[in-house]
Design a protein around this ligand. Structure first.
Ligand code: R5P
Length: 293
């Protein structure tokens, strides 16, 4: 059985179709003071997959606590969490004494609730693999970059492919994976982050003039990383600038600012529901669930 929430219904339906399993929605009531009440199916099979992306993570972590503990009392013995976007992965060290290392704490919390946690392109910066974050082979991370790469490649004639641009050093892995799947060439920028909404992005040397480019990244949140990359590309004479991300968080007016900053099209996977979704991760997730759940 696949358990999901109404606000992720589209991906849940696609996933249930791929898995050929029953989909049930979790009922949710918000009390006036913000507390959450969940209602699960009254009886659960031994093996249950839970779909819950961790965009807007704070409430959703409470949902998962309530859900997993309740599911155990209703018959579930093996719980797999499919969290296409896994939050709290960026704070992986204490930059200053006293800071919480959120990545380890949140991963540990989920590891205690679920036998397996499956995610897509988690933001691992100073960490080599999810196994370091959630030891004991309890987590599986898959990449959607080849899917995005194939989508991008299909938008251009084979004779005039676009150039992939990673906006920061961590994006090198997505540029590489998308390039390996399609043959598209790519370059990677250097980013300096000064604050939540304050980044500098520096393009590498080499000619961009007249090139059609696609900036590819794992996650867009405020959109400032993409915006600064787009500015740098525009200044260097790019003929067109499109954007493709795995996780379209896009808070506030991020999309409008990107359009004003010269970005022509914004594409994303449906790992996070968003108007820019063009590629479904459901088949990818279904294969990974079949392998590990
Ligand atoms: C971090 O390096 C990530 O890969 C993204 O580039 C970053 O999280 C995007 O955040 P924002 O959209 O707020 O610049």
């Amino acid at each position: 059985m696949l358990l999901a929430f109404a606000d992720e219904h589209a991906l849940a339906q696609a996933l249930a179709r791929e898995l050929r399993c029953e989909l049930r929605l979790v009922g949710e009531h918000r009390f006036p003071d913000g507390e959450i009440k969940l209602t699960l199916p009254a009886a659960l099979p031994p093996r249950v997959v839970v779909l819950r992306g961790l965009q807007h993570p704070n409430d959703r972590l409470v949902e998962l606590l309530l859900l997993a503990k309740t599911a155990r009392t209703l018959g579930a013995q093996r719980l797999t969490l499919v969290s296409p976007y896994l939050a709290y992965m960026r704070q992986d060290i204490a930059f200053r004494p006293g800071e919480a290392i959120s990545q380890r704490i949140v991963a540990g919390f989920l590891g205690e609730l679920f036998e397996r946690v499956l995610t897509i392109d988690p933001h691992l910066h100073r960490i080599a693999s999810m196994d370091e974050v959630m030891p004991g082979s309890r987590s599986v991370a898959i990449t959607a970059a080849p899917l995005l790469g194939r989508w991008i490649a299909a938008q251009w004639p084979a004779a005039t492919p676009p150039l992939l641009v990673g906006p920061d050093e961590e994006a090198a892995q997505w540029v590489r994976a998308a390039g390996e799947a399609t043959g598209l060439e790519g370059v990677v920028c250097r980013k300096t982050r000064h604050g939540d909404r304050d980044v500098d992005v520096e393009l590498p040397a080499g000619s961009i003039t007249g090139r059609e480019v696609v900036i590819i990244d794992d996650v867009a949140s405020t959109g400032h990383t993409l915006l600064q990359a787009a500015r740098a590309l525009r200044d260097r004479g790019a003929a067109s600038i499109d954007v493709a991300v795995v996780h379209a968080l896009f808070g506030g007016d991020a999309i409008d600012r990107l359009r004003h900053g010269g970005v022509r099209r914004v594409w994303s996977t449906d790992a996070v529901p968003h108007a820019s979704n063009v590629v479904s991760v459901a088949p990818l997730l279904a294969r990974a669930i079949a392998d590990c759940a």
